[in-house]
Each structure stands twice: as C-alpha cells, then as structure tokens.
Write a protein that binds this ligand. Structure first.
Ligand SMILES: Cc1cc2nc3c(=O)[nH]c(=O)nc-3n(C[C@H](O)[C@H](O)[C@H](O)COP(=O)(O)O)c2cc1C
Length: 215
C-alpha cells in the first residue's frame, strides 16, 4: 500500500490510464479485495475505499504498494475547517469509474435509500452518473433472495448503476446457493468491456491526499 505522508500532489502523468475507484463493503468476499486491486492496477490508476466493516476482511498490508486505501477516518482527519477539501468530493471528482466489490446487503440498501453515513456512501450519493458505477453484490443466499434485495436492485438499476451479478457456489458460511461475489477477474473483464469505447484521463490534474491511517 502507498506510504503515508502529508498531502501529496498526485498530478496525473498518465493521461490515458482510467482512474478507477475500487470500494469494499463488509462482506466476507472483501478478502478478495487485494486480488481485485492487483488486477485493476495492471490497467488503471487505482484508489481504494473500505467501510469500517470491510476492514475486518481486507488485509491493508497486502494491497499493491501504489494503491492508497481511504477509510472513514480519512474523511474527517483531512477536514478541519471551511475551505479544506472534502475527501468524498475529491474522490468522486478524481474517479473515471467506480466499482464497489463486494457490495454488502447493508450498503446496497443504503445506496437504494439515498443514505450516506460513511465515506463510501457519500461518494455514491455525490456520484455523477455520466460516469460508470459498477457493483458486485456478495451476501448469503437468503439475504440475496430476500424481497428487499430485488427492490434495492431495481432502484440502483434506475439510477444507472451496473450490476455484476453474484454467482452460485458454496458460500463462506457453509450454505450453497446464489449470492457469492463474481470472481475478481470476471468483475475486471466486465468493467473493461463496458468501458472499452471510452477515453479516460483527459480531465484536469487532481490533487489527492494520502491516507492518514496506513499500515
Ligand atoms: C463474519 C461476517 C461475514 C459477513 N458477510 C457478509 C456478506 O457476505 N454479505 C453481507 O451483505 N453482509 C455480511 N456481513 C454483515 C455485514 O458485515 C454488516 O451488515 C455490516 O453492517 C455491513 O457494513 P457496511 O455495509 O457498512 O460495510 C457479515 C458479517 C460478519 C460478522
């Protein structure tokens, strides 16, 4: 993971690389977040966001060295007074594409309801839907088949969020069924194919802070 330090000038020197914001919420599938970061890093400039629950599953020290991971703590430590940059707005402007993988039932419900009580959901609430946003849900089969899930998926569809559907297999909890996160390679392929025709990295240079809470 990227080394700590004061606010770091991160001028975009690779104009054609897409800027992908990868976000993890609190599903056990977040153990695959490191793999997701590595795969996307081969194609894109990657920044990462994790919810408080996701941090139980993400091994921060295993993330690629150039990937900065932002958490709720960074949102508040980087803001002290009026005039300071607001991290969720900076990240939402920085990103060409956002991918939430895994998407927990809780974060799905919050996005569908318009709630924004952490860094991840604030970025989504402030998202510009002219830019692609993908989600890869991951949850227990009964959570996935719960009537709320269908309603929430319908709403995020209407918002223009693209779904990378879950797959059927033996889940971490021991149950067998649908609800497991699509494999990181599948998520990467889906995003790349969907964004094939787009040009990235032509916007203004961005100044991004480093994470205040590194390994
Ligand atoms: C060991 C463990 C595994 C969990 N796995 C999942 C999961 O796969 N999918 C899910 O939606 N919630 C799962 N949860 C529940 C979420 O972590 C919980 O709803 C949490 O509030 C999600 O927070 P977040 O959406 O802010 O990340 C799990 C909880 C625990 C303790």
């Amino acid at each position: 993971m990227a080394t700590p330090g004061p606010v770091q000038e991160n001028l975009m020197l690779e104009p054609n690389k897409p800027r992908v914001l990868l976000a993890a919420s609190g599903s056990v599938a977040a153990i695959k977040f490191e793999s997701l970061c590595r795969i996307f890093s081969e194609w894109a400039e990657v920044r990462a966001v994790a919810t408080k629950s996701a941090l139980h599953f993400v091994d921060r020290s295993s993330l690629p060295s150039d990937v900065i991971l932002y958490t709720d703590d960074d949102e508040w430590s980087s803001w002290k007074k009026i005039g300071d940059e607001v991290l969720h707005i900076q990240l939402r402007k920085w990103a060409d594409i956002m991918v939430i993988a895994p998407l927990s039932a809780n974060t799905l419900g919050k996005i569908a309801g318009g709630l924004c009580d952490n860094l991840l959901t604030c970025i989504v609430r402030a998202w510009d839907y002219k830019k692609p946003l993908f989600v890869a849900p991951a949850m227990n089969t009964f959570m996935w088949s719960n009537p709320f899930t269908g309603r929430h998926i319908e709403i995020i569809n209407q918002l223009g969020i693209s779904l990378v559907p879950p797959i059927t297999k033996r889940l971490a909890c021991g149950d067998y069924g649908n609800g497991a996160m699509a494999e990181p390679s599948q998520i990467h392929t889906t995003v790349r194919l969907a964004c094939k025709a787009q040009t990235f990295g032509t916007g203004s240079p961005c100044v991004m802070p480093s994470s205040s809470n590194p390994v």
